[in-house]
Design a protein around this ligand. Structure first.
Ligand code: NOJ
Length: 508
């Protein structure tokens, strides 16, 4: 919602201290913050400081000459002798990560679109500018920051070439900018110079972060971040060719992965829990069943996530089961990543239908169609023309219908949140995976002193058997929530119904 020419849906910021025209004014924003706080809620802002827009005043100056004070705010390099790019890195949005600029005859680095030049964090003045801007928002009373690709800000000073994979023109340079050499120093400095003076939370978005790195970033003694968004579990359905290379998800992989994160941050640091955001396809279409079992599978997935250790995140529309969308015409899409990829693949001769299949499964616009408020025109999102088409299923799937139905996904989420508030074991309990090799059931326990939470989820539409561990046989069993009619009692063996989820509190 910052001022932006909207090349990448606002992630290309041209003024960090202003609101995008489409969204209103700073007064509207102040009003929003006040109303949020009045309701006992908090407001966390996005912090996008790996790059700015090329229309940001700093970049407008920077590109003018090689010796102006803003030149070193960005990462400029001379062409190689043959005039080509300074290194072989790919942009995340297709093509090279370098853009040649006629004005001074040099290239600038952009890990994302060419309208998103990367800031030069090696320059202390850039860092001061960022911290001052952060303090300006913190002084307005915001409650934290979600930091965009924050583990990309420290680049290896030599910007070495990456390894090119067969059949590709550009290499991933990620080894030289993810979790780079000065990242911890920069984050600690950011805390000292801005965050430490305020009672706020931080979450760092970190593609390619491993549990070991996450421990370091979120260990309170390092004073860097409260938690990170990791990407491993949302990469399990991609092949070696990257996100558009579709691969069938194996439940055992998902169990192994999410459990690895639970164990790694059990005692040190903290997890963030998510399956949706504005960059990911809709959870119910991806991991659940968005047809016959839409409501049930959405509730099952929510149960799985919300009973884990960490902070759960809910992305707009998830709470009433919004699904992926399929527009046949590429012109109905808006996302720059999708559009650039489509163009590149078409130029390589890949047929339209084949590309669309991967867009239907992985495209970011799946999560970006307007929130479906009700069953009226444009799903009640606007009386004008929406910036992107609404998902045609808004007549059945919308917030109003969910509010009116006591059995809805929405009301189920409220119950899950309530359980987390009531039961300390959900917040603090130690995690343990059960039935690790089972291909259909995702079950685990959380244990805190005398209390054990037992979470049982049937991930598919079969009728698998859940086996209660022997150590829990003699416990008293109290059902906290289920997405099904209360079926058979929990005994030593239980046959699960399609997408069934149950949570018990067990005590001796
Ligand atoms: C991550 C954001 O979530 C995504 O939407 C954006 O395109 C890139 N960072 C670049 O800012």
């Amino acid at each position: 919602m910052y001022q932006s020419p909207n090349d990448d849906n606002g992630y290309d910021i041209s003024d960090y201290q202003d609101i995008m025209d489409e969204f209103g004014t700073m007064d509207d924003w102040e009003h929003l913050l006040a109303e949020v706080h009045k309701r006992g809620m908090r407001l966390v802002m996005d912090l996008v400081v790996n790059h700015t827009s090329d229309e940001h005043a700093w970049f407008v100056e920077s590109r003018k000459s090689k010796d102006n004070p803003y030149r070193d705010y960005y990462i400029w390099r001379a062409p190689k002798e043959d005039g080509s790019e300074p290194n072989n890195w790919a942009s995340s949005f297709s093509g090279s990560a370098w853009q040649y600029d006629d004005m001074t005859g040099e290239y600038y680095l952009h890990l994302f679109s060419k309208k998103q030049p990367d800031l030069n964090w090696e320059n202390p003045t850039v860092r001061e500018e960022v911290y001052n801007m952060m303090r300006w928002w913190l002084d307005k009373g915001i409650d934290g920051f979600r930091m965009d690709v924050i583990n990309f800000i420290s680049k290896h000073p030599d910007l070495p070439d990456g390894k090119i994979k067969e059949g590709k023109k550009h290499a991933s340079g990620s080894a030289y900018f993810r979790n780079g050499p000065r990242i911890h120093e920069f984050l600690q400095e950011m805390n000292e110079k801005a965050l430490d003076d305020y009672d706020v939370m931080t979450v760092g978005e970190m593609p390619g972060v491993t549990p070991d790195w996450a421990q370091e970033y979120t260990d309170p003694k390092n004073n860097e971040l409260n938690m990170v968004f990791q990407f491993e579990h949302v990469d399990l359905d991609s092949g070696s060719g990257g996100k558009w290379d579709l691969r069938q998800l194996q439940l055992t992989d998902l169990k192994e992965n999410l459990s690895k994160w639970q164990y790694a941050l059990q005692d040190v640091g903290w997890n963030s829990l998510y399956m949706n955001n504005h960059d990911q396809p809709r959870m119910v279409s991806r991991f659940g069943n968005d047809g016959q079992y839409r409501e049930k599978s959405a509730k099952m997935l929510a149960t799985l996530l919300h009973m884990m250790k960490g902070t759960p995140y809910i992305y707009q529309g998830e709470e009433f089961g919004m699904t992926n969308v399929q527009f046949e015409d590429i012109h109905d899409y808006r996302d720059i990543e999708t559009l650039n990829m489509y163009k590149e693949k078409r130029e390589e001769g890949v047929p339209h239908e084949e590309i669309m299949q991967s867009i239907y499964v992985k495209g970011r616009d799946n999560a970006r169609t307007p929130v479906q408020w009700n069953d009226r025109e444009h799903a009640g999102f606007t009386t004008g023309t929406p910036w992107i088409r609404v998902n045609p299923n808004y007549r059945e799937i919308n917030a109003e219908a969910a509010l009116n139905d006591p059995q809805s996904i929405f009301h189920y989420y409220r119950q899950l949140i309530d359980i987390r508030r009531r039961e300390d074991v959900v917040v603090y309990g130690d995690y343990e995976l059960l039935m690790a090799d089972d291909e259909e059931v995702f079950a685990y326990t959380r244990t805190l002193n005398e209390a054990t939470l037992l979470v049982i989820c049937n991930f598919y539409d079969g009728a698998p058997t859940f086996k209660l561990p022997k150590t829990l046989h003699d416990h008293k069993k109290h059902l906290l929530i289920t997405n099904d009619e209360i079926g058979d009692e929990l005994s030593e063996e239980l046959t699960l119904r399609p997408y069934e989820a149950r949570v018990y509190k067990l005590t001796r």
